[in-house]
Design a protein around this ligand. Structure first.
Ligand code: MTE
Ligand code: MO
Length: 301
């Protein structure tokens, strides 16, 4: 696949000792998921990234299906059953249907991508994801020429997702991307972190990661992907349209109506740890700015 992302970092360069796993363990973790391959080199944006420890990435989460507090997902997501799992792919595709996750994974190349992840609440982490490019899945489904957008839907299962018994948001959680954003080589379907299968609280068994957008665009526990010619509704836009638009690109120059987006707090270093400046498109400007040429990003927030 010619569109692969590359950089110079290796897993060893960026993995803290406490969370270090050797290559054999990584491959073993993958084998448990029925994954055939792992790319030999770690992947990341071309800058130095200090990954956030595993315990922080998995214990400070937003996953409103399990409650609104940061500790709720780690506490309650254990009840979620993720096997068997399939994704319905429908709408403007040549090959619509229910795709078993195991079948999808047998056709995909799993890579490691170390991405900066920026929540709209102005905290950030650096996550070594394992996954494949969304484009490869869309190619499998055969996107038709009239399609312009991709809509995503999270599992709706209130018996296992206690937050869905409360009206925090309209359920199921939904998100959307423009087709060119979805096909961008940075856009990942993630199935693991630190070489381990995706923890439930992080969106098991498969979730989206769009590193130049605020965290809420990265929808978890996906069961449906629909190709469409209309801009799809998104959960946070439906909930508070004046604060959350369709694009939600990380932009330090456009503040959230209730707080600044100019800086962020890397989590894991304690609440009073030094804030760092937020970068345009979360540091991926070189790669993605072209997608928005000629657009007013203040209007298209
Ligand atoms: N289905 C679903 N996906 C979701 C959310 C959610 O509540 N439900 N929260 C979003 C938000 S606000 C963030 S910041 C990220 C958090 O991902 P993480 O737990 O891997 O850090 O998930 C996003 N995806
Ligand atoms: Mo978020």
């Amino acid at each position: 696949m010619a569109h692969r992302w590359t950089n110079d970092l290796t897993h060893d360069d960026v993995t803290p000792k406490s969370a270090y796993m050797n290559r054999r363990q990584i491959v073993a973790g993958m084998a448990g998921l029925g994954l055939a391959t792992i790319a030999p080199k770690a992947q990341a944006a071309a800058e130095t990234l200090d990954p956030t420890p595993f315990d922080v990435i998995t214990q400070y989460n937003n996953f409103y299906e399990f409650g609104t507090r940061k500790e709720d997902p780690a506490r309650y997501a254990g009840s979620l059953t993720t096997k068997p799992w399939s994704i319905k792919i429908d709408g403007m595709v040549d090959n619509p249907g229910d795709y078993a996750l195991s079948d999808i994974l047998s056709k995909m190349t799993i890579e490691e991508r170390i991405y900066r992840f920026r929540c709209v609440e102005a905290w950030s982490m650096v996550v070594p994801w394992n996954g494949f490019e969304l484009k490869d899945l869309l190619d499998l489904a055969g996107v038709q020429s009239g399609a312009k957008y991709v809509a995503f839907e999270t599992l709706y299962r209130p018996e296992e997702m206690p937050g869905q018994r409360q009206p925090f948001l309209e359920w199921p959680y939904v998100e959307g991307l423009r087709l060119d954003e979805a096909n961008h080589p940075l856009t990942l379907m993630a199935t693991g972190i630190y070489g381990k299968p995706m923890p439930n609280q992080n969106g098991a068994p498969i979730r989206l990661v769009v590193p130049w957008k605020y965290g809420f665009k990265s929808i978890k526990s996906i069961v449906r992907i629909t190709l469409t010619d209309k801009e799809p509704p998104t959960s946070w836009n439906k909930s508070i349209p004046s604060e959350y638009g369709f694009y939600s690109n990380v932009n330090p120059k456009v503040d959230h109506p209730r707080w600044s987006q100019a800086s962020e707090r890397p989590i894991g270093g304690g609440f009073f740890a030094k804030r760092i400046p937020t970068l345009m498109f979360n540091g991926y400007e070189k790669e993605v700015a072209g997608l928005y040429e000629g657009m007013d990003l203040r209007k298209n927030y």
